[in-house]
Ligand binder design. Structure first.
Ligand SMILES: Cc1cc2nc3c(=O)[nH]c(=O)nc-3n(C[C@H](O)[C@H](O)[C@H](O)COP(=O)(O)OP(=O)(O)OC[C@H]3O[C@@H](n4cnc5c(N)ncnc54)[C@H](O)[C@@H]3O)c2cc1C
Length: 398
């Protein structure tokens, strides 16, 4: 067991914080140092597209409670490299920090669209500062164009609609949220926007932005100009691994990890280096799959799991969760457990209702479930997935 020395955590957000808190709870009595590129102490990102963007939440209510954490924070400081042999991390301040244990928790960066001009009024939404800058530009009656109908884009569309703005969502794929929820439910999500009078243009690419200094319109592939005062580019995220290039750590759409969240180098676990949260791509034994999950609960749970591995090695439990996420859009709470599978069946209610549950299966086994405003019911399906139960018949009790 690693009992003393220094543990460096790169990424001072949810996964990093949960890791630090776990180290302390488990009795680690060395030094814990968190390096964070942002100037802020750890805060919660889900309100950035919901309550904080809408306004009812005060700016300082987004911070995550630190509890009795006794750790050193190096904020507004970026890690720029790691030396696995020398056991140290290089910082953009010019310093290097030696470590006995290292936790990689750098999350993800928003993607942008290649070739778009930089104009005032165009935003991405990942950080508190992004949210406050965008919020300052949302005036009732204004026109918002959201590029990308994934979770963040759909939530921002719903929030802006609630603020009295005129909203258009442009999505290159024929169905919104299709990667996250599949085609059947994606089509149902399209109706959520339509039911609220939010315009959704599907199967349409964006090729440019029009305006002098300030954005005036979004230009579509067929030449159509969609007038805009504010534009959100919500086209997904990429794991923040650029600073690890050349370190020897295996990077495959994230930090490649084993079942214990140990970072791999040339396929072998690196002693004393683990990863957690949106940046980690690990082998989940429950599904026999390598996955990377970009959601809150996973970041919190994996931060804890990675810290336990650092302290206890392979005596720590493997990390085999049923992934979970929620998304609030208009009055609907969308919740999802597990993963999407090729077989899809409505198991509770009907897609014509406001409340229903859909199950996803593969090879006769249930692997996922999604609910519209049916929280208690969904959790029963979560247990079925964890128990590797058969794909349920329609109407069968979970
Ligand atoms: C607007 C928004 C809404 C969301 N809503 C939901 C929701 O409703 N439900 C849900 O389940 N999930 C939601 N999520 C996802 C959830 O917030 C993320 O999964 C979670 O924040 C991931 O935590 P993390 O600690 O892994 O990474 P992050 O929260 O991304 O934190 C990583 C930190 O590392 C820092 N960093 C990066 N590189 C370096 C470096 N080289 N050196 C130092 N620091 C570095 C970053 O600046 C950042 O502060 C939402 C996310 C966003 C952006």
């Amino acid at each position: 067991m690693l009992a003393g020395g220094r543990i460096v955590i790169v990424g001072a957000s949810l996964a990093g914080l949960r890791a630090a808190q776990t180290l302390q709870e488990e009795g680690f009595d060395g030094t814990i140092t968190l390096i964070g590129a942002e100037p802020h102490l750890p805060y919660d990102r889900p309100p950035l597209s919901k309550e904080l963007l809408a306004g009812p939440l005060a700016d300082d209510e987004v911070y995550l409670p630190l509890g009795a954490l006794d750790a050193e924070f190096r904020l507004a400081t970026r890690a720029i490299g790691v030396d696995l042999q020398g056991r140290n991390v290089a910082l953009d301040s010019g310093e290097t920090l030696d470590f006995d244990g290292l936790i990689l928790a750098t999350g993800a960066h928003p993607r942008t669209l290649a070739g778009l001009r930089e104009l005032d009024g165009v935003f991405v939404l990942r950080t508190l500062d992004d949210c406050l800058a965008m919020r300052a530009r949302l005036a009732p009656g204004g026109r918002v164009v959201v590029v990308g109908a994934g979770f963040i884009g759909s939530e921002v569309a719903a929030t802006c609609h609630g603020l009295g703005l005129e909203v258009t969502v442009i999505e290159a794929l024929p169905v919104p949220m299709v990667r996250g929820v599949g085609e059947l439910v994606g089509r149902r999500c399209a109706r959520l926007h339509a039911d609220h009078g939010v315009r959704l243009q599907l199967g349409t690419g964006v090729i440019g932005l029009a305006g002098e200094d300030r954005v005036e319109a979004v230009v579509l592939a067929d030449g159509t100009m969609v007038p805009a005062d504010v534009v959100l580019i919500g086209v997904g995220v990429a794991p923040a691994t650029e600073w690890l290039a050349g370190s020897g750590i295996d990077l495959e759409n994230g930090v490649r990890c084993d079942q214990w969240c140990r970072a791999l180098s040339h396929g072998e676990a690196v002693a004393g280096v683990v990863a957690a949260g949106d940046v980690a791509r690990w082998e989940n034994p429950l599904f026999g799959e390598v996955m990377r999950v970009e959601h809150w609960t996973n970041a919190a749970e994996q931060g804890r799991a990675a810290a336990l591995t650092l302290l206890h090695g392979q005596e720590a439990p493997v990390f085999d969760p049923v992934p979970y996420f929620w998304s609030d859009q208009y009055e609907t709470k969308i919740q999802f457990v597990g993963r999407v599978g090729p077989d899809v069946r409505v198991v509770d209610g009907s897609l014509d209702d406001d409340r229903f549950v859909v199950a996803y299966g593969t090879e006769g086994r249930i692997v996922g479930a999604l609910a519209f405003s049916r929280p208690a019911r969904l959790m029963a399906y979560r247990s079925m997935i964890a128990r590797r139960e058969p794909f349920p018949d329609p109407g069968a009790e979970p």
